[in-house]
Design a protein around this ligand. Structure first.
Ligand SMILES: Cc1cc2nc3c(=O)[nH]c(=O)nc-3n(C[C@H](O)[C@H](O)[C@H](O)COP(=O)(O)OP(=O)(O)OC[C@H]3O[C@@H](n4cnc5c(N)ncnc54)[C@H](O)[C@@H]3O)c2cc1C
Length: 325
């Protein structure tokens, strides 16, 4: 076989892509993991001071212990941990290489990236969902002051911020910036902060809203973003407030373009989930599997690291049966 042939290619070096690589090593299949950014790129791009909602043992893969200093691991600890996992299992990862197309040639899959071409017998797509924000689709969203990702609070100190959303990301941004002196207004479609917000954070945000130190408009929508103002539809009519930055923390969704390019069906008008077997994770395209949160449709809350770690072993049980027969 040539240098660029592998039994299994995995697209995406997130925690679940890495767990697939580990499974390949355990079962003695040659493998390559192709990653468009750095190792665990999504986690790298999470807010700098982010803390996971999971305890560290629930983020463990490949029997490598994840030691964390607090109750819940931080982003920094997770980066350190997954680097160690890659090293411990000697995973074959190519970073900064984006897969752009998936074809078939001589009964193998042909994977084309921006840097090269590779062949494999089986393909696993574990591309996550963090690259595609859910846009508000309102006038002004293209302004540079509108952010769909948050890094840290310091650049926004003392400024007037609007935070859109009521889930964990929105709440984290609101609290962190409020504590660095920002004047924070939350715009929330629902009538309350989501119940899914981390249980140790929820009382904090509820109480800051109740006491008025963070202003919240419930049952409200942001209508228009201008250079120094935003218009908000509230139950009492449209109001306009002064504004420096907008954080639209309205979630993300998987990039289905690569899946469609590979011939994977996207099902349903509502959920838009890709077609795959829930036991083996093989898609309608034989020999191509999905792993991790890319399995979700619009409802991205269904899968996370904790509950999708088992995808790798199910996939390889199926691959093993087919490759060894
Ligand atoms: C702020 C935040 C906090 C979270 N906290 C928790 C938690 O506490 N516990 C938990 O279990 N889950 C948590 N999650 C969810 C969890 O982080 C994700 O579920 C996890 O990253 C999923 O792993 P994955 O490997 O499926 O996808 P990802 O980690 O997103 O990995 C996908 C990888 O694929 C790469 N990629 C995408 N397209 C291409 C391409 N065309 N070519 C090559 N590479 C590509 C991406 O760069 C990325 O590195 C959190 C998510 C967020 C946003």
């Amino acid at each position: 076989m040539s240098d660029n042939y592998f039994d299994v290619i995995i697209i995406g070096a997130g925690p679940i892509g890495l767990s697939c690589g580990i499974e390949a090593v355990k079962r003695k299949f040659s493998h390559l993991i192709i990653e468009k950014g750095c190792l665990v790129n999504s986690i790298f791009n999470y807010p700098t001071n982010m803390t996971f909602f999971s305890t560290s043992e629930r983020l463990e893969i490949g029997d490598v212990p994840f030691v964390s200093h607090g109750d819940k691991p931080t982003r920094r600890e997770a980066l350190e941990y997954y680097r160690r996992v890659k090293h411990a299992w000697n995973l074959n990862v190519k970073t900064y290489e984006k897969v752009v197309s998936i074809d078939e040639e001589n009964n193998n899959f042909l994977i084309t990236s921006n840097k090269g071409k590779y062949f494999c017998a089986k393909l696993i797509i574990s591309t996550g969902f963090f690259d595609k924000p859910n846009y508000l689709n309102i006038p002004g969203e293209e302004l540079p002051k509108v952010k769909h990702y948050f890094d840290e609070a310091h650049p926004y100190a003392y400024l007037k911020l609007v935070v859109v959303g009521a889930a964990n990301s929105a709440v984290d941004v609101a609290l962190e910036t409020y504590r660095r002196g920002s004047k924070v207004t939350m715009v929330i479609r629902e009538d309350k902060i989501r119940d899914s917000v981390k249980y140790w954070v929820k009382p904090d945000i509820d109480n800051r809203i109740k006491e008025g130190s963070i202003k919240a408009f419930f049952n409200s929508n942001i209508l228009k973003i201008k250079e120094s103002e935003v218009d908000i539809q509230t139950p009492n009519g449209i109001i306009t407030i002064e504004n420096d930055f907008v954080f639209a923390m309205t979630g993300y969704h998987p990039d289905h373009d690569l899946l469609k390019n590979a011939g994977i069906n996207i099902l349903g008008d509502e959920d838009k989930a890709p077609e795959f077997d829930p036991e083996t994770f093989e898609t309608n395209r034989k020999g191509i599997y999905l792993a991790g949160v890319v399995c979700s449709g619009i409802d991205t809350g269904k899968w996370f690291i904790e509950n999708s770690r088992y995808h790798a072993s199910n996939i390889f049980n199926h691959i093993e049966k087919h490759m060894k027969n």
